[in-house]
Design a protein around this ligand. Structure first.
Ligand code: 13P
Length: 342
């Protein structure tokens, strides 16, 4: 029997599990490899992803889905098993980033529009054939004086909704990701400003999803948490959790099965703690979990350092973070858990 979009979405937010965002483009993974002094070559990118996807405990117990980049969906382990099959055999859903990244928006200095709608139907059909069952599209919303504008928000919300409708037409669950960024060029705003911009963004996105006839039970929302800009006045973890829940309750219909946060530049532990507090508060109409890139991978990539002899150490670093976030997804994580042996 074929899974419905809602079946797939529910599997992506299964209790105590979350999504590994390993969809760094070739340009973004270069930034990560630069930190460990590793050349950005296809074989290194493949070896790094093999290390992650063959981490048994993490993949089987804590990870419900993996977002891949186009190149990665076409790659295999050293012994010839396609990554999509490795992920599926571990009980997780393979997914694919389909946007073509954020470019300058004409007429709106300092603002971006995510591209990639042209030819998307055909690409989705191919990705489905390669095993992908969900997709991701990220809109980038920067906060600065007078920004974002309604014009830029409307363009991004419309593109997200057109993308989501095309995914569903092709049997693929869309992850709808409107990211109000915390580490943009300015990033000195406070948490209240992040709240207001996130509220406006999510309202405009859900208006467009409705207008484009997107089926809410067949999608996942991937939002930012409500946090101050990187250089803005700090906020404590309880405040972040409460304000994030407040904005989500005000804007996200209960028909959406799950919300999987991005980490967005938060420290590994902050991303875990915020998610844990929200789930501890509980009583929510949707599942609340993680779809972290940096906050799941940072420790692992450092431990790996591009060396085959470090694969086991890297896999235990990845397992540790995945386990911590799994506990956060059910609200049972405590700060002292961080000291557990990896
Ligand atoms: P971060 O968790 O590093 O923000 O990445 C998640 C992601 O997929 C961004 O698009």
């Amino acid at each position: 029997m074929t899974d419905t979009l809602n079946d797939i979405a529910l599997a992506m937010v299964e209790d105590g599990q979350g999504i590994l965002a390993a969809d760094e483009s070739t340009g973004t993974i270069k930034k990560r490899f630069d930190q460990i002094g590793l050349a950005n070559e296809e074989e290194n990118r493949r070896a790094y992803r093999e290390m992650l996807f063959t981490t048994d405990e993490a993949m089987k117990q804590y990870i419900s889905g993996v977002i891949l980049f186009d190149e990665t969906l076409r790659q295999s382990t050293k012994d010839g098993r396609r990554f999509a099959d490795v992920i599926r055999d571990a009980g997780a859903v393979p997914g694919i980033k389909v946007d073509k990244s954020a470019k300058e928006l004409a007429g709106f200095p300092g603002e971006k529009i995510t591209e990639g709608l042209d030819g998307l139907r055909e690409r989705l059909q191919e990705y489905h054939g390669l095993g992908a069952r969900f997709a991701k599209w990220r809109a980038v919303i920067d906060i600065a004086d007078g920004l974002p504008t309604r014009g830029a928000l409307a363009a991004n919300a419309h593109a997200l909704a057109r993308y989501a409708a095309l995914c569903q037409e092709n049997g693929i669950v869309p992850i709808v990701e409107p990211e109000v960024v915390m580490d943009g060029p300015n990033a000195s705003h406070d948490i209240d400003r992040c709240y207001d911009v996130t509220e406006l963004t999510l309202n405009m996105v859900f208006d467009e999803l409705y207008a484009q006839r997107v089926d809410l039970p067949g999608m996942i929302l991937k939002p930012n948490m409500v946090v101050p800009g990187q250089h803005g006045p700090k906020a404590d973890a309880q405040t972040v959790a409460e304000m994030t829940l407040k904005v989500l309750k005000a804007t996200v219909p209960p028909a959406v099965p799950g919300i999987a946060f991005l980490s967005g530049g938060q420290s590994d532990e902050a991303a875990t703690e915020h998610l844990a507090i929200m789930n501890k508060i509980g009583g929510l109409p949707w599942k609340l979990t993680f779809s972290y890139g940096r906050a799941l991978q940072q420790a692992a990539i450092k431990a790996w350092g591009g060396k085959p002899e470090n694969v086991a150490a890297a896999q235990s670093a990845f397992t540790h973070r995945a386990r911590m976030n799994s506990r956060a997804a059910t609200g049972i994580w405590r700060p002292e858990d961080e000291r557990e042996a990896a």
